[in-house]
Write a protein that binds this ligand. Sequence first.
Ligand code: ADP
Ligand code: MG
Length: 227
Amino acid sequence: MVISVKNLNHYFGKGQLRKQALFDINLEINAGEIVIMTGPSGSGKTTLLTLVGGLRSAQEGSLRVLGRELCGANDKALTLARRNNGYIFQAHNLHGSLTAVQNVKMGLELHNGLSPKAMYTRAVEMLEMVGLGNRLNYYPDDLSGGQKQRVAIARALVSHPKIVLADEPTAALDSKSGRDVVNLMQKLAKEQGCTIVLVTHDNRILDIADRIVYMEDGRLANAPVAA
Ligand code: ADP
Ligand code: MG
């Protein structure tokens, strides 16, 4: 079990403004699984994804990721946990002042032991894998939306993370680019054996999932039956 969530609750705000965003979440995700999380806007998908990723601290219940309990974990433990993950967001979050290859190299910089030259070589290889071997020295502003998102995928996967977390990775893309991006994520994940949790509204990409989970009002629910 790579991710094990038990009776997880989450609250935003304090005192009278405290509002519950997640209610009694239970979810188990196996190694190598691609799980898509869908559901209406505001249902808690991003909140759950950020908790799993150690981007915010879990408050109540149990959240075990790669064998570590993240509920109640301190900042140091969360920082360590984050290093096991690759992240892909809706807005690609590339550094505008860095070229494609420099951005991808950033994905290796927290991982000790590689020389700058070795990091560069791996970043180049990874960009070739996402079909951008001819765009190594381009800046994000000079790449299309789909290309930027492919750089983001390369950056997320270059360190061979055990877990990839993606939040609406196709939301800013046209349907062809969106399809290319998820196909690529699926292919690389299967090759590397990593686990993917992907949040999306995009019904056209649901078929890449091994399993689809549905969220509504902060709870895991059964997906509505298509009319
Ligand atoms: P989704 O990703 O499914 O659209 P979110 O996880 O972003 O949903 O939000 C779930 C609920 O938590 C919403 O009611 C939202 O307003 C609230 N929420 C999300 N982030 C915060 C925050 N940082 N502070 C306060 N409330 C938040
Ligand atoms: Mg969201």
